[in-house]
Design a protein around this ligand. Structure first.
Ligand code: ADP
Ligand code: ADP
Length: 225
């Protein structure tokens, strides 16, 4: 799915979180937002997901304006840094929660879909485990499986690895990249970590104070003089 932001601004009272942000993310692209804390990365994702409405500007999915379209009707999967799993539900129930608005794609049963997704994130057979018995990396993979369960055409990842140590981050980012490539799902990824952005991104946008400063190949963005 092709994602377009056209002159998107977001103000909270007198504070400007986004100042006329225009971006195009191509179908199947792995697109990364980087920039200092407070530059507007999370606000951008929240507007794309529909958790917030832009103050002005337009967001389009495959050319269609998302104005007034609620989050559950946008076909977007979201993983946030602290998008914790429900501790009172098993791993399988957490993944099935991703199907609360839709039937599983491909005509399979909910149980079959859950086990497909757990296979995809290398957690085959983890259905009955409790989230608290999993490592941080495993928990984030369950969150990814939950986000992917309805077969979204757009995946939004907000620093999904920041709570993990360096070794686990490296491993999880390989897994995320493999899954993204396998599914061909358009992905917008937020990270502070330059090596992560270099490793996974097709293109990178640098935000600063709510504005897009630069967009390009990650090697060009990070190796400019
Ligand atoms: P980032 O994700 O890059 O750290 P954010 O998108 O979270 O940045 O925030 C961008 C700016 O908008 C910051 O200055 C932040 O303080 C402000 N902001 C974000 N959400 C709100 C809110 N709900 N109310 C007021 N200001 C907000
Ligand atoms: P996997 O076990 O599939 O490799 P991770 O990449 O998340 O999943 O695990 C990374 C490391 O965390 C491994 O060394 C693993 O032994 C350890 N680990 C797995 N589960 C737990 C747990 N419940 N508590 C602590 N460490 C764990």
């Amino acid at each position: 799915m092709k994602l377009e932001l056209e002159a998107v601004s977001k103000r909270y009272g007198t504070a400007t979180a986004l100042d006329s942000v225009s971006l195009t993310v191509e179908d199947g692209e792995f697109f990364t937002l980087v920039g200092p804390s407070g530059c507007g990365k999370t606000t951008t994702l929240r507007c794309i997901a529909g958790f917030e409405a832009p103050t002005t500007g337009t967001i389009r999915f495959d050319g269609e304006s998302m104005a007034g379209v609620p989050p559950e009707s946008r076909g977007v999967g979201v993983v946030f840094q602290n998008y914790a799993l429900f501790p009172h539900m098993s791993v399988g129930e957490n993944v099935a929660y991703g199907l609360r608005f839709t039937d599983p794609p491909g005509g399979v049963s909910r149980d079959e879909r859950v086990s497909e997704l757990l296979d995809l994130v290398d957690l085959t057979g983890f259905e009955d485990r409790e989230p608290d018995s999993l490592s941080g990396g495993q928990q984030q993979r369950v969150a990814l499986a939950r986000a992917l369960a309805p077969g979204p055409e757009l995946l939004l990842l907000d620093e999904p690895m920041s709570a993990l140590d360096a070794r686990l981050r490296k491993r999880l980012r390989r897994q995320v990249k493999r899954i993204q490539t396998e599914l061909g799902v358009t992905t917008v990824y937020v990270t502070h970590d330059q090596s992560e952005a270099l490793a996974v991104s097709d293109r990178v946008a640098v935000l600063n104070r709510g504005r897009v400063e630069q967009v390009g190949d990650p090697r060009d963005v990070y190796h400019r003089p």
